[in-house]
Write a protein that binds this ligand. Structure first.
Ligand SMILES: [Zn+2]
Length: 257
């Protein structure tokens, strides 16, 4: 199978001064900007999980398939992983839920050792007291080399990738279960509830309970069929108004000399 990303990975790693961080931190980029931009504007599902789009005006990052109206191209930056986007100060979108993206970033194909490290992190290697040195040992390389590979291909350190995965696992459990927060914290790989709360707040800019409240509101009995119909009706009214306005503009443009 031909990877849809085969024309996206560039041979050399492009190193550029990061405007996103507003500091002297250098960000490494293995993504082709134009290809990513085309993919997100087309909401091309083949690219889901292969890169994330950071919107500079909102500081939110999205999957390429996000249902929200795409931001202008000059206002977006691309990241190989969710961890890299978070490291640059973006928070996950609550609409497209980056934590639910398929975990197959293109850069996994770049280095077998990196994909092995990722799978180990995914299974909780760095959640049970073992260090990046232990991880490097398991892979038969030095920790320094492993960190270098991660920065180059993932845009984030193994520790940052593990931290992002913990918060992502917790977010999925909040969305999909009714488990109490304490159970979610430990199930997601956190060693304490305090750490869970702190990590979650740092990523989502709100406590975990706020996201559960959102869900509770959405599914409360008050959210009746009538309420949904009303919302739909006002939405279609809005689009009808927009269409009428567009027709008017079009007509006046055509009428102009
Ligand atoms: Zn989104």
């Amino acid at each position: 199978m031909v990877s849809p990303f085969s024309d996206v990975i560039v041979g050399a790693v492009i190193t550029r001064r990061s405007r996103v961080l507003g500091s002297d931190v250098m960000s490494h980029d293995v993504l082709d900007r134009r290809a990513c931009d085309r993919a997100r504007l087309a909401r091309d599902a083949r690219f889901d999980g292969r890169f994330f789009t950071g919107v500079l005006t909102t500081r939110i990052y999205c999957r390429p398939t996000c249902p929200v109206k795409p931001a202008q191209s000059r206002n977006v930056v691309f990241f190989a992983t969710a961890a890299a986007a978070e490291r640059a100060g973006f928070r996950p979108c609550l609409r497209c839920r980056p934590e639910a993206a398929p975990g197959t970033p293109a850069w996994r194909g770049v280095a077998a050792s990196v994909s092995r490290a990722l799978r180990l992190i995914e299974r909780g290697f760095l959640d049970d007291g073992r260090s990046v040195d232990d991880l490097a040992d398991t892979l038969g390389m030095t920790a320094r080399h492993l960190r270098r590979l991660f920065l180059r291909h993932a845009g984030a350190s193994p520790t940052a990738v593990a931290a992002t995965r913990r918060v992502q696992r917790a977010k999925t459990l909040i969305d999909e279960t009714t488990l109490p927060m304490s159970a979610i914290a430990f199930a997601a790989g956190f060693t304490s509830i305090r750490r869970f709360n702190a990590a979650f707040r740092a990523v989502y800019r709100r406590p975990p309970s706020a996201l559960r409240r959102r869900r509770a509101r959405r599914q409360s009995p008050a959210d009746t069929v009538a309420a949904r119909q009303m919302r739909r009706a006002s939405l279609s009214m809005l689009s009808a108004t927009t269409a009428a306005a567009a027709r008017k503009v079009h007509a006046s443009v055509n009428a102009a000399p």
